[in-house]
Ligand binder design. Structure first.
Ligand code: ADE
Length: 425
């Protein structure tokens, strides 16, 4: 393990040139973020600001990190999941002088050690995916919060945790909910999770999806993406839900809806996308068919109760990368992918660059917004803050342009019509 005290800790610095080529590939597919880099590398509005980031170390994240740096920021980084770091990307970032503490296959202790090292710079801004960095500050280093202007949060789970904290009056600084931008959740969560989760399942199993009973737990945006893409490959999609409106949407989108107790008996492949723990537990494993494949695409590894699967099993072995065969005491085999961690990032490369382009343009613009408030002496309350509509429309406009699509404009008369509440039949 390469390690220079205080600067970086990555698995193998000699992977840097492989990582650099992948980052260049991502750059070529992320035109919105690259346009922001081009614009702000000239004026360097982030100069003098220190950003600690905790987000999956992928080629797309590298483009974000290097854009923040090009705009003048000092950045220190860690991964936000023990299994999602791509070692060649971490190496390329370290080689480019980015302070980074991340390697694939970290223990939980190493994971939190890495987060803590990023705090050594005493950041003015935080950037999170899942809120572990913010929680570390709040729980272990609350004195650091007074230096922090604000933070940004990437994911649904993180935003939920932060809202709960804000409601309890415990949040020490404002955090922008990047996840809730329309150009984030309506694209990344649906199309990104849909494609990358299927990608992870296929890399880990190489099975045919056509004709399989494919059970999706949770029909939020991520579950919807998985269901849509599995159906596109010919799977029979079954959705399990706890929320009546979400279940109804799944039914009207053409999917069968049932309880997990029912689905457990007939599913061939199971994927959890709920953000809640214990979605698949002992009584479900007991009902599953021999050969069932189980995985998760939610942020945390608590959706599938792995200790209960272990308890039911008499043995396990790794049959392929990211695929563990559990032999149950009654002889049935159940296959758990990526140790129940995010299958799209642990067994594949995460969402494609094109979709992360918009998510990370939102991250960049939100960090810039926090800095602009600071520069103008505007103090925000310690709350969860929404992305303004203009930011969404601006990002979508640039994205459309880069895809060579043009759209219509409202005429003056149409604009007047929209505002005229007296107009009827
Ligand atoms: N989350 C999902 N996909 C991702 C990616 N490619 N990079 C960073 N975070 C992600």
């Amino acid at each position: 393990m390469d390690y220079k005290s205080g600067k970086y800790k990555v698995k193998d610095l000699s992977l840097a040139s492989e990582g650099r080529k992948k980052i260049e590939w991502a750059e070529s597919r992320m035109p919105v973020l690259m346009a922001l880099r081009e614009k702000y590398s000239k004026t360097k509005p982030l100069k003098g600001y220190k950003i600690a980031g905790c987000l999956h170390v992928t080629k797309e994240t590298a483009v974000l990190v290097e854009t923040l740096k090009a705009a003048g920021a000092q950045v220190s980084w860690s991964g936000c999941n023990p299994l999602s770091t791509q070692d060649e990307i971490a190496a390329a970032l370290a080689k480019n002088g980015i302070e980074i503490y991340a390697w694939h296959g970290q223990s939980v202790k190493e994971f939190y050690w890495s987060i803590e090292r990023t705090l050594d710079i005493k950041p003015n801004l935080t950037l999170d995916d899942g809120a572990d960095l913010i929680f570390t500050i709040h729980n272990k280093f609350p004195h650091l919060a007074k230096n922090v202007i604000g933070g940004t949060e990437e994911t649904t789970t993180g935003v939920h945790r932060l809202r709960a904290m804000a409601e309890a009056g415990k949040l020490l600084y404002p955090v922008i909910a990047v996840n809730d931008a329309e150009t984030k959740w309506d694209f990344d969560n649906v199309y990104g999770t849909g494609q990358s989760s299927i990608d992870g399942i296929l890399r880990a199993t190489s099975v045919l999806l056509a004709g399989k009973n494919f059970v999706v737990a949770g029909y939020g945006h991520c579950g919807k993406g998985c269901a849509m893409r599995a159906a596109g490959l010919g799977a029979n999609v079954i959705v399990t839900e706890v929320k009546p409106t979400a279940a109804l949407k799944a039914a009207l989108d053409g999917f069968r809806v049932m309880t997990m107790d029912e689905a457990a008996k007939i599913g061939d492949i199971f994927i959890t996308a709920t953000g809640v723990k214990d979605v698949i537990v002992e009584r479900h494993f007991k009902k599953m068919k021999d050969g069932a494949i189980v995985c998760n695409t939610g942020h945390y590894d608590c959706e599938i109760n792995i200790p209960q699967l272990e308890k039911l099993s008499k043995g396990k072995r790794t049959v392929r990368a990211n695929n563990e065969e559990y032999t149950l005491k009654d002889g049935r085999k159940i296959y758990l992918l990526a140790k129940g961690r995010l299958v799209n990032l642990a067994a594949a490369e995460g969402h494609p660059s094109e979709v992360m382009d918009m998510s990370f343009a939102n991250q960049f613009m939100s960090q810039l917004r926090l800095i602009n408030y600071d520069k103008h002496g505007i103090l925000l309350n310690p709350e969860v803050i929404e992305i303004p509509e203009e930011q969404d429309q601006e990002i979508a406009r640039i994205k459309l342009q880069t895809m060579s699509y043009t759209i219509d404009k409202l005429t003056k008369e149409q604009l007047a019509y929209i505002k005229d509440y007296s107009a009827g039949t």
